[in-house]
Design a protein around this ligand. Sequence first.
Ligand SMILES: Cc1cc2nc3c(=O)[nH]c(=O)nc-3n(C[C@H](O)[C@H](O)[C@H](O)COP(=O)(O)O)c2cc1C
Length: 534
Amino acid sequence: MTDQANAIFNYHQRTKHQLNAYAKGPESLDWEDQPKPFRRFSGCEFIRFPMPGKEIDCLFEALDQPALIAPQPLTLDTLGLLFELSFGLSAWKQFGPDRWALRCNPSSGNLHPTEAYLFSALPSLMAPGVYHYVSHDHLLERRCRFDPGSNLGELYIGLASIHWREAWKYGERAFRYCQHDIGHALGAMSYAAACLGWSIELLSETADSDIAHWLGLDRQDDFIALEHEAPDLWCRLRVSDDCSQSFDPAILTALHDSAEWFGKAEPLSSRHFYHWPIIEEVSVQAQKPRTSAESFQLPTLELPAPCLNIHASRLIRQRRSAQQFNGKAEALALADFQRMLAALLPNAKPPFTAWNWSPQVHLVLFVHRVVDLESGLYFLPRDPNAAQELKKAFSADFLWHPIEAPFEFYQLTVGNIRQAAKTLSCHQPIASDSAFSLGMLTRFVDNIDAAPWQYRRLFWECGLLGQILYLEAEVAGIRGTGIGCFFDDAVHGVLGLTDNHWQSLYHFTVGTPLEDQRLQTLAAYAHLDAACHQ
Ligand SMILES: Cc1cc2nc3c(=O)[nH]c(=O)nc-3n(C[C@H](O)[C@H](O)[C@H](O)COP(=O)(O)O)c2cc1C
């Protein structure tokens, strides 16, 4: 094993929550030092998008067949919708004097480490340059200007993470959550693009150092050291199918060489009291080099129609995490459960059209309340070989009873497993009061041995699946919640896993939500001045 792979295993092992001890984090939360949730660059010109909140004429179920959605023209209005439905605000919540924003993309602890950038070389739309999206004000800050004649006819979107935002609350485990959030953000972008008849192409061959360079993240003087941004993903926006141009990083670098840069990142925190150097270390070890372009041939699966006939844009804006579930609610209809699981299988639809690799994540389900399905532990393989492999790795006591369903699905145990689900997910009742919760089991050692940066990719895949579950839960008329807090090795113990070949990297829960009546919900963008966003 290489030193790099070793460093990653050590990080992973050390940031496991154990039943008798949580991973290292701050002893108390320094609320005065809470990082600001919205990054601003001072000294930049900006472009306001037109007023957000428009409904797009596309039903959620139409996203099952994205090729049939007529592409919308690319304008500032439609591009604004793409950013809004991916990263924009979806509401404000208020409790007493406290007020906080929710966004279309979820984030562990609502801390939102993900920052989004537009790399535009399309003078007909806006002056060529690199722009930073500010979700609070629904505008783009111009970080740099390219030669005004630069015309590649293309738009790229880059994602980066401010690890400090997440580490402030979660300490050493925060690096994992930043990666989950990137997966959610990629999923959110893929769904949003599909609503407009567009798609997101993940240019996964790109090196982190190139992303950092093109977005100006390596301009050290523009950032406070503890609040720098780590590059994550590089995507091309495909507005029509005929942009089949191959991707040439050298052209982007040449554009960048002509750039004039503006602005500095405003500070997010003042004190940075706690330091988590392990995050910087693992971030360096898990850096992605330039690789060859990869793609995965997606099958076309027909999904059963969802039960709600709702606009996709509306559904995306109403997505929320349930804070509590009604443990006495009616059981979930089997058809809804099956649609949700079928939607997690690789398929030529968003968000998988923005994913380039074969599935490395399979699901272990804690089924509590689903009509015509006994309570118990179940297994959903996401590729045809996983069940055979996991039969050897899992506890010999499991039943492996095939369940009749439109996909491969097994019952492993029979009986009430609510207590186990709750205990394993850091004693959180959201894992047991729901209709079902689940653990995402990933092929671990092989991936990290093959390429250490794939550690991050495994979390991205989990986040992508989480984003599907969030939206599919809404369309089934219920709600989901991501669960980053679970006792890693206790989960592996229950499954009978004894080594690092498989690891659970993310949990999720879906059920009938209980609303917290003490919270007030306010409109997402009432604070914007419509006259400025024409
Ligand atoms: C990676 C990730 C991990 C999360 N972990 C938990 C968790 O362990 N417990 C919980 O109650 N919520 C968890 N959440 C839900 C977040 O707290 C929620 O997304 C955030 O507060 C924003 O609210 P929203 O999803 O309604 O927009 C998680 C979300 C994500 C994306």
